[in-house]
Write a protein that binds this ligand. Sequence first.
Ligand SMILES: Cc1ncc(COP(=O)(O)O)c(C=O)c1O
Length: 388
Amino acid sequence: MTSHLDTVHDRHDTGSTKWNRYPADVLPLWIADMDFAVAPGIIQALQARLTHPMLGYSVAQDSLRETLVTALRELFDWEVAPEELVFLPGVEGGVNMALNGLLAPGTGVVVQTPNYRPLLNAAGHWKLPRIDLPFHADANGLYPTDLAALEAALGNAGAMILSNPHNPLGKVFDRAELQAIADACVAHDTLLISDEIHAQIVFDGRKHIPIASLNDEIAQRTITLMSATKAFNIAGMKNAFAVIRNPALRHRFNTARQGMVDSVSTLGLVATEAAFKHGKEWLAEVIAYLQANRDYLVNAVATRLPGVSMITPQATYLAWLDCTALGLEDPHAFFLKEAKVGLSPGTDFADEGAGQFVRLNFGCPRALLEEGIARMAQALETRNAPPH
Ligand SMILES: Cc1ncc(COP(=O)(O)O)c(C=O)c1O
């Protein structure tokens, strides 16, 4: 069955970060944005807004706050009050505001590795020591949080940054794991910065659980960061929001803008409201499409890319491919040069131990994913072919 999501849109010459990074003959499967047309309801709302000819500085209107309060309740059974929302141009800025505004000099910051590079780098921007907490695959090939190591790490820290669902592992933290992390943060008086930007894209009927929704104790010490940008493919609209229940934390967080983190974009606010109000059907189709792409990819990696392995992503449109068995010096460089496929290098996600990994973005029409797999399979075949 064909879908409107099968349509391949030419994104060259649109200023797309994804499609500008590599030469035109490279298929880009890297940065976390999708090659799908945005939901019609979002486009219509933007067009309607542009019938008013003023585009001055903007603030969130009550209707946006109410839309988000309803969405958080419907999506995650999470009760949030309108005044708990703080609007931001991006999640990354929000993480840095929290570290800058809420921590004393020298406070340690725990981050699980591998992780999204800006989350790894944030502590360093504020000269705060980063404490890495590595994920290790268990016998089922899953990546549980090492709770004993977490306890030890939190003993030396004042804050933890969580990525849930996790980029690049595509891991959904389940309730028990979240509860254990929350309990440890409460016990150690830790500030929790929970990056939940990928919350809406979860597979196999799973449900995302905001860690701050577990109980009031953890909510009082958590800055949750979310946006419409990943799920609705509007990252260029530069719009995100924090949910902060504790009024004192919220005040200190807000004052940490310090002239660096600007107010939000007029059109971004419109797009965010339209996404949550009018994008449900579109998002359901996208999630089903992504899940099918994920299944295709898991099968293709197992059957057509010998030497490459992966765990099945539970969320996100990102796959963490282990290329260790290929015995290559630099798998990212190999696939770029020999397959003309632009992946994210594993070294983007950890300072140590990730050089044999690449991250592949499967948020694209199936034809592009098939093309990427065909190119990678061909490159491996050519490499393995006996010399004539
Ligand atoms: C886990 C995670 N956090 C934050 C971001 C970036 O968010 P923003 O563009 O809102 O700063 C990304 C983008 O891929 C991400 O994967």
